[in-house]
Design a protein around this ligand. Structure first.
Ligand code: ZN
Length: 280
């Protein structure tokens, strides 16, 4: 396995030429890619000099500068390029580059949403040294928006509770998740979402880890929790179905790179360790 790439984030663009830089050109949650013989790759800035000139510096991936730029609504991809949902690139990109792509979407969205001050309408200006724009009149700062969300794997003995979201394009089962309401602690969100989505009470919440998920403009904060009571009930609208699953008899679960999958895989390894089986 090749060593993983390193990304060093930055704000102020270096003085060197942008020609060899990777350009993450975003429209909503889509990214512009080059297509050659069925292979999708990220374009170099030299292929799109006008876009590159106004792009935001993201940082350096190994030795390559990375820039992000929003595409206007009427942008027509040049020959050999097209826009694709950024999420779908997880198969083509390594984990580190995929994370940079997510960052790029957030930065492009921030650029589009905060060109003008939301308070007085004056064009905003970039602030050096941070990811911020500021109104020159009333000095209101505008930062990229991040919406925290919790994600929790609910367990009972060797079983886990997984739910099938009615809106998933594919019939897969995942962990319970939801956005944090204003004024709520992360723990309160976990309890509320578990009750709302699958009707159960929880105990023994433990923090698992977090994952930026810019494809949903969010930061996913992961927990493990034990079932404390209640019968599984779903609303049939947001959640179509929820069930207990044994680690030996799992349905289709989320793909690699997602924190939902990390939670599920971690629990499977714990159960196997309890049963004296090798992990994986
Ligand atoms: Zn203003």
């Amino acid at each position: 396995m090749s060593p993983s790439k390193r990304f060093q984030p930055g704000y102020d663009p270096p003085a060197r030429s942008r020609d060899t830089a990777l350009l993450f050109a975003a429209r909503g949650m889509d990214l512009l890619v080059s297509e050659s013989e069925g292979q999708l790759t990220l374009p170099r800035a030299s292929a799109l000099p006008e876009l590159a000139a106004s792009a935001h510096f993201l940082g350096v991936l190994d030795d390559t500068d990375c820039y992000s730029v929003p595409l206007s609504g009427d942008f027509a991809p040049p020959e050999g390029m097209k826009t694709v949902p950024a999420r779908s690139l997880y198969k083509q990109l390594d984990e580190v580059t995929f994370a940079v792509a997510g960052r790029a979407l957030s930065v492009a969205e921030w650029e589009v949403n905060h060109r003008f001050c939301g308070r007085c309408g004056t064009p905003t200006q970039l602030v050096a040294g941070e990811r911020a724009r500021r109104c020159p009149v009333d000095h209101t700062p505008f930062y990229p928006r991040i919406s925290p969300a919790v994600i929790v794997l609910i367990t009972r003995g060797d079983q886990m509770l997984l739910a099938r979201n009615a809106t998933f394009p594919e019939p897969l089962f995942s962990t319970v998740a939801g956005f944090v309401d204003p004024g709520e602690s992360l723990e309160e969100t976990v309890h509320r979402e578990a009750k709302e989505e699958v009707g159960v009470d929880l105990k023994e919440l433990t923090y698992f880890g977090s994952q930026p998920w810019p494809f949903g403009r969010s930061l996913m904060v992961g927990f493990m929790a034990e079932y404390a009571g209640g019968d599984i009930t779903v609303d049939g609208k947001e959640i179509a179905e929820a069930r207990w699953f044994d680690v030996d008899d799992l349905p289709r679960i989320p793909p690699r790179l997602s924190i939902a999958r990390h939670l599920i895989d971690t629990f499977i390894d714990r159960v196997k360790a309890r049963r004296g089986l090798p992990p994986g």
